[in-house]
Design a protein around this ligand. Structure first.
Ligand code: BTN
Length: 245
């Protein structure tokens, strides 16, 4: 069944994820989409902050899936697949990088932050938070940015409109949620692995303490990266992946 989206647009918010979490707490339904033109406290992965610069697209979607909480990471990967599918017609060589960055030529163009709340394992609310750099910031990228960044418009001659990108992403999201409900995670895992820039390649993973070198051999069903290290498989559950030169 297609998801019915209810889009609310704000000029300024602390964070679209926070707003959706607040509304979820107050009983908002699945399909709520909160868009903000500016965020004062945009949240990134691993406790980092996320800057919403000039005409960037920042939004969050509320889902209320009937799945155990351990499967929520599958919805993050599903979101990355939906984003990839919606942006590839504009930029054919856009790719995913584990865990769920969207990159163009090694530079980050979108980020995804998934959060959840549940009351003793019930009433699961999942927030898919998505930031997309649609245009280059007028004054350039901040010098203290953690990862090299780029924007969509610099890589396509088609004029882009944030509202069109949002609509096509929501259509893709609804389609992939249908596939997930009918066929489970397997088709999402396959689509994700095809779009992943490091599939089958040598990589190094920074796990917060040091680097692990290995061959990226697969995506586990819980979203862990399967890495072949000195002939033995390791599961990476958190970290930053870099392609080996
Ligand atoms: C990342 O670190 O890669 C994830 C960034 C996610 C940013 C988006 S912007 C919209 C939504 N609201 C937030 O506060 N964060 C997410």
């Amino acid at each position: 069944m297609p998801v019915l989206f209810d889009i609310q647009t704000f000029d300024l918010l602390d964070s679209t994820n926070q707003e959706v979490l607040r509304q979820a707490e107050a009983g908002a339904k699945q399909g709520l989409v909160v868009v903000a033109k500016q965020q004062t406290a945009g949240k990134g992965r691993l406790g980092r902050s996320w800057l919403t610069l000039d005409d960037a697209l920042a939004f969050s979607v509320l889902l209320r899936p009937q799945i155990p909480t351990r499967q929520v990471s599958e919805l993050s990967l599903l979101t990355a697949v939906a984003l990839h599918q919606c942006l590839q017609p504009y930029i054919p060589d856009i790719g995913l990088k584990w865990p769920n960055d969207v990159l163009i030529h090694g530079k980050k163009v979108c980020g995804i932050l998934t959060e959840m709340r549940s009351r003793s394992g019930h009433d699961l609310a999942v927030v898919l938070g998505i930031g997309i750099n649609v245009f280059a910031p007028a004054h350039g990228w901040p010098s203290d940015i953690l990862q090299p960044a780029t924007d969509l418009q610099s890589h396509t001659s088609q004029p882009l409109k944030p509202a069109t990108i949002l609509a096509s992403f929501l259509a893709e999201l609804s389609d992939w949620l249908d596939i997930y409900a009918e066929q489970g995670f397997a088709p999402i895992r396959q689509a994700w692995w095809r779009a992943h820039i490091a599939s089958g390649k040598p990589v190094k993973v920074y796990d917060g303490q040091g680097y692990i070198q290995g061959l990226a051999v697969g995506l586990a069903s819980d979203g862990a990266l399967r890495l072949l290290v000195n002939g033995e498989e390791q599961r990476i559950i958190a970290g930053d992946v870099t392609l080996n030169d």
